[in-house]
Design a protein around this ligand. Structure first.
Ligand code: ATP
Ligand code: MG
Length: 755
């Protein structure tokens, strides 16, 4: 990978200007904002008229070129700030773009009223014309939770079988149609007949009617109503076509059909639209994104200028090589060449760890080591596949006093379900914990209404006793009656029971018991809240975290401590987020934990979408690696505590796909190829070998055939975590062992010793 040599003596930005004959290009010749951009980037900045597609790999400066283009449009007064539409993928990205733009053009940025996500911009437009779709401009925007509740009510009202057609499922179906830009009248009849006992279209109609009655719009409506308005009111469409003299869209590969149609309508007259993206970074297929939108841009906008950027300015050769080698395994891609001028020699570090705890500890050690060499904590990011993986890192950070932030969601101990669960357990430990009592006495709803709660609060205050004591008294003297009496009585006796068992059970057992008996786990199991599955996972994660402590009090003390130790040290914050949330961002140090089959690639994604799902997961891995500027650390554990049970885990198939010349392996452990490929593995292998070799002629896979174990069936062996057991079966280097106390497990032979 080396820099191409140019024989043009002019600076790169001047070369592009030389190539462009527009007056504004001449005007901009000395513009400071063009400094340092390469000719292709300059071209993207200066070709302001007509459609432009910048299609390029990660870190090639697409967002930078897009921001500079915006600066150029404003600086050369081609348009006023309010005449430019700039779409970013998140509100955070919009804020960042605004900041960078501010640095380039000063306070002109203040007038950029139309910069934001599709939803925020479409929402603003809808407020102005709400009456055209029978809404008032004060309409409420419903969140996913409300949406599901509404569907649930409608399922009942339509006398549909609630088990067969849960509200959540139908809300998802309607969302899918909206993502495709389909109103009830436009949904294909045959397709709709598959839902709601053949009444899919009617159900969708009813749902929309109900929204109008509530003067509400859901997320999908924001765009869909815009489309309806634009299509049926040419005059309104024209206002916006005239208003948005220039349109710029980042992360175009993740637009859905509705967003695509919206952009097409708005840009139809002037066609001054510039979109940028990377087909290899399309990671929102599960939310209706269509990577095809970017691939057919040229057909949609004939004469479009296509600009390809090949120099990666972000990462080292090893990071780029590892990411490119990995993504080469995907069949459905355009394929591109990337190079970097960086001469850095560090390789990607692949680490094989014993379990999640060790993984978190090593990440913290690395962070501290970097910090001691003068790096800021804000230089580091840990990117996980699922939010539940965050807990072990948060615990470690807290213990080590490493300040961190969770991007895109609350921190583990601040989550609703974590707080609820801990409130139950705090109350079991301490009946006087009024905060905990108040939080969960009626959660899940058990019929202790407002009135009963008020009586308890008043009594507690007057007699200076705890809420729990007040509840007991009010029950004893008959002041609380009816349903509340029974419910509260049951709850108090459950509390007594749990307290009676605290000394006999482990912290994990008592936590699981309390959450199950109290109905709290069921509350989320039966909830139609789309976040419920994630919340259940977090609860399991919490329960299993208790396993690290001898007793409930020891665990609760630990939790209380770790959730307080969170002072910002003034040296920035480590960022912890999901891979999805990391799109478009970059950090000098990136940690990618949990590269194990089932976790990453996610089993759910494979089960639901097969090879397509695997390819999307692989793009996610590509996004993850390419966030790193200097160092990238990938790790996988041999054992994962999943849902309270130790499971031997198998390295992710993506690990095999990293070209070995770009990877260093830690502590002498070879990256173990499992010999037990995923279902899709063989397909991925057969089509990607040649692609891999394109990156570098000598690319080879990390292949370590599973050597046969020298243990024998029936032999007694010892495992550090599971204790003594007998070997039942041997499969290469994996052993099925019946442990005396831990039950049947499959483990790798290098973690087994002879007693
Ligand atoms: P992604 O695909 O991840 O969104 P991107 O293509 O949008 O990446 P940017 O974020 O714009 O890439 O740029 C990546 C990094 O390279 C940034 O730090 C940016 O400032 C830097 N960069 C971009 N263009 C240049 C350039 N011409 N010279 C030096 N650095 C550059
Ligand atoms: Mg970008």
């Amino acid at each position: 990978m080396s820099a191409p040599v140019s024989d043009n003596p002019l600076p790169l930005s001047q070369q592009a200007i030389q190539a462009s004959s527009t007056t504004s290009a001449q005007e901009a010749a000395n513009a400071p904002y063009l400094e340092g951009l390469n000719p292709q980037q300059c071209e993207a900045v200066l070709t302001t008229e007509g459609p432009v597609l910048m299609l390029a790999g990660a870190g090639t400066g697409k967002t930078r070129a897009l921001t500079t283009r915006l600066a150029h449009i404003l600086a050369t007064r081609k348009a006023a700030p309010w005449q430019v539409l700039a779409v970013t993928f998140t509100n955070k990205a919009a804020r960042e773009m605004k900041e960078r733009l501010g640095a380039l053009v000063g306070d002109k940025v203040e007038g950029m009223r139309w910069m934001g996500t599709f939803h925020s911009i479409a929402g603003q437009i809808l407020r102005r014309h709400a009456e055209l779709v029978d809404l008032k401009s004060s309409f409420t925007i419903l969140d996913a939770d409300d949406q599901v509740r509404l569907c649930k009510d409608l399922v009942k009202a339509s006398k549909l079988d609630e088990k067969r057609w849960p509200g959540r499922l139908l809300a998802g179906v309607i969302d899918g149609w909206k993502n495709r830009g389909l109103t009830p009248d436009q949904v294909p009849v045959k397709e709709a007949a598959l839902f709601a006992e053949g009444r899919g279209i009617d159900f969708y109609h009813q749902y929309q009617i109900r929204l109008r009655e509530l003067n509400a719009a859901d997320f999908g409506d924001l765009l869909l109503h815009n489309l309806t308005i634009f299509q049926s009111h040419q005059d309104v469409l024209k206002i916006y076509q005239d208003r948005f003299a220039y349109m710029l869209v980042d992360e175009y590969q993740d637009t859905n059909v509705a967003q695509y149609l919206w952009l097409r309508l708005l840009s139809a007259s002037h066609k001054n639209i510039c979109v940028v993206g990377d087909d290899d970074q399309s990671i929102y297929g599960w939310r209706g994104a269509e990577v095809g939108n970017i691939l057919r841009f040229e057909q949609d906008f004939p004469g479009a200028k296509i600009i390809r950027l090949e120099q990666n300015y972000r990462s080292t050769p090893a990071i780029l090589g590892a990411a490119s080698g990995l993504i080469a395994a995907n069949k459905n891609r355009l394929g591109k060449t990337l190079w970097t001028a960086s001469k850095a020699e560090d390789k990607v570090l692949l680490r094989h760890v014993w379990d999640g705890e060790e993984e978190a500890r090593l990440v913290c050690d690395d962070i501290e080591a970097a910090q001691s060499k003068g790096r800021s904590l804000s230089d580091m990011a840990v990117l996980v596949r699922t939010a539940a993986q965050m807990r072990s890192f948060e615990d470690r950070f807290n213990l080590a006093g490493i300040a961190y932030q969770v991007i895109g969601g609350p921190r583990f101990y601040e989550r609703e379900e974590t707080r609820d669960a801990l409130a139950y357990l705090r109350l079991v430990r301490n009946l006087d914990d009024d905060l905990a009592f108040a939080r969960i006495v009626n959660k899940p709803r058990r019929g202790v209404g407002e009135k009963a709660l008020q009586m308890m609060a008043i009594t507690a205050r007057e007699l200076k006793i705890s809420l729990h004591m007040a509840a007991s008294q009010l029950l004893a003297n008959g002041a609380i009656k009816g349903k509340a009496k029974n419910a509260l009585g049951l709850f108090l006796s459950q509390l007594d029971q749990w307290r009676g068992q605290v000394n006999d059970l482990s912290a994990t057992e008592i936590a699981a018991l309390v959450l199950d008996d109290s109905g709290y786990t069921d509350y989320w199991k039966t909830s139609k809240n789309p976040q419920a599955p994630g919340k259940l996972e977090n609860l399991k994660e919490l329960v299993q975290a208790a396993g690290e402590f001898d007793s409930l009090p020891a665990w609760l003390d630990h939790v209380a401590l770790v959730s307080e130790l969170n002072e910002n040290t003034g040296d920035g914050l480590v960022s912890l987020m999901t891979l999805h949330a990391a799109k478009g961002l970059e950090f000098p140090f990136v940690f990618l934990p949990g590269w194990e089959e089932g976790l990453f690639p996610s089993q759910r994604s494979l089960d639901e979408n097969g090879l397509k799902g695997l390819e999307e997961e692989r793009r996610l891995a590509y996004v993850g690696i390419t966030r790193a500027r200097e160092r990238c650390f990938i790790s996988f554990a041999s054992n994962r505590l999943t849902y309270g049970r130790w499971q031997a885990s198998i390295p992710s198939c993506f690990i095999d796909e990293l070209p070995p010349e770009f990877v260093d392996t830690d502590s002498g452990q070879t990256p173990v190829s499992n010999g037990q490929k995923t279902r899709f593995k063989s397909e991925a292998f057969s089509q990607d070998d040649s692609a891999l070799h394109q990156i570098d002629g000598k690319a080879e896979r990390i292949t370590t055939s599973a050597k046969k174990s020298d243990f024998t069936v029936g032999e007694r062996v010892f495992h550090q975590k599971f204790g003594m057991g007998s070997i039942q079966k041997i499969d290469g280097n994996k052993l099925d062992i019946s442990f005396d106390h831990a039950g049947e497990k499959r483990v790798m032979d290098n973690f087994i010793t002879r007693p």
